[in-house]
Design a protein around this ligand. Structure first.
Ligand code: ADP
Ligand code: MG
Length: 344
């Protein structure tokens, strides 16, 4: 019997295709927080407040004082592949913003209930939109301050299979708290405020001091013993806080890697750290390493996965050696341990 005869091909309806695509960008509350905060940063915000309830499952609010979205563009922002950040395929070769795919808002709105309130400096009043499952249900002018607020409620209300896969509130909120903590280090010039179930967990002062944020958010026990290094070779620059070998950890949780302001996971950077410490560490011990690497945007491919957690360097060997050499050098310098300032 020939069963293939039954296997006709149909094009999926748009709302089904949208739900499938959404799954690549939004798999849990953390991914929403990440996309919204990255949008705020791209909009030039100097102050970002993140509020979550129930691990972000029922409620996420991100408010910024960035550029805002022009009234006539507000609806378009929710269309797939609609972006203000790139225009041509050659723009993909030198991406300087965190976003560029024009997918996040389309994906988020496909699987939740969204409210957007936004105003630019040029517009006299702002605009407020509400969407449910990607459908616009309300749009009106509103008075509001310059900047943008997104409220995301009832994540996965229309995709029960995904709803089931979310973990307990505490697990989801821990991931979010962890992510925002890291972002405060990469963006010390931005004031972050994180509110969980009505309680302010932390706020940073936006004064540009990474070390003060490390002390605010991570323990003084980690902070006290860190070595600060700063190497600038033009094409590549590294700012880092690392621990002396004697202050290593039993897991990689205190290894945090940013490239061009983007939080990434990177075997290459892990290996570079290992190269640098080599025989100074016992097997199974990992130094604290907060690395903030800058490379020229042309030498970096960030368009590898929809979640943008992975990147590819043009010259992997050069990057690995630069990082390892910078760390090795600073491990030799005793006076690299930063002064603890008052007012933390
Ligand atoms: P991308 O960030 O890849 O461009 P998104 O779907 O995340 O795609 O956002 C679509 C567009 O909406 C952005 O290009 C930007 O113009 C606008 N936008 C989203 N969030 C904000 C914000 N917080 N402030 C200003 N503009 C925003
Ligand atoms: Mg975005």
């Amino acid at each position: 019997m020939d069963q293939t005869i039954e296997k006709r091909i149909f094009e999926l309806p748009k709302h089904v295709a949208d739900k499938i695509a959404a799954g690549e960008v939004v798999d849990r509350p953390l991914s929403i927080v990440k996309e919204l905060v990255e949008n705020s940063i791209d909009a030039g915000a100097t102050s970002i407040t993140i509020e979550i309830r129930n691990g972000g499952k029922t409620y996420i609010r991100v408010t910024d004082n960035g550029s805002g979205i022009q009234k006539e563009d507000a609806e378009l922002a929710f269309k797939r592949h609609a972006t203000s950040k790139i225009k041509t395929d050659t723009d993909l070769d030198h991406i300087e913003s965190l976003g560029f795919r024009g997918e996040a808002l389309a994906s988020i709105s496909a699987v939740s209930k969204v409210e957007l309130i936004t105003k630019t400096a040029g517009d006299k009043s702002g605009i407020r939109l509400r969407l449910e499952g990607g459908e616009m249900i309300e749009k009106e002018d509103t008075g509001c301050p310059e900047g943008t607020t997104f409220i995301i409620e009832e994540l996965f209300f229309n995709t029960p299979a995904r709803l089931k896969f979310m973990k307990q509130d505490a697990t989801e909120s821990t991931l979010i708290i962890d992510f925002i903590s890291k972002m405060t280090l990469a963006y010390p010039q931005i004031k972050f405020r994180l509110v969980n179930n009505g309680n302010i967990l932390f706020s940073t002062n936006g004064k540009g001091d990474i070390y003060s944020n490390i002390l605010t958010i991570y323990s003084r026990e980690i902070g006290d013993k860190l070595i600060h290094l700063s190497e600038d070779h033009g094409q590549m620059a590294l700012e880092a806080f690392i621990s002396a070998p004697s202050n290593s950890r039993t897991n990689r949780k205190s290894q945090i890697f940013f490239v061009n302001g983007r939080y990434i996971s990177s075997k290459l950077m892990e290996n570079a750290v290992t190269d640098a410490y080599q025989e100074k560490l016992f097997e199974g011990r990992y130094p604290v390493s907060f690395l903030f690497l800058r490379v020229s945007p042309e030498s970096l491919d960030v368009n590898i996965h929809p979640n943008k957690r992975e990147v590819r360097f043009d010259d992997e060997k050069a990057v690995r050696e630069f990082i390892a050499a910078s760390i090795r050098k600073s491990l030799k310098t005793k006076d690299a341990i930063p002064e603890i300032k008052e007012n933390n």
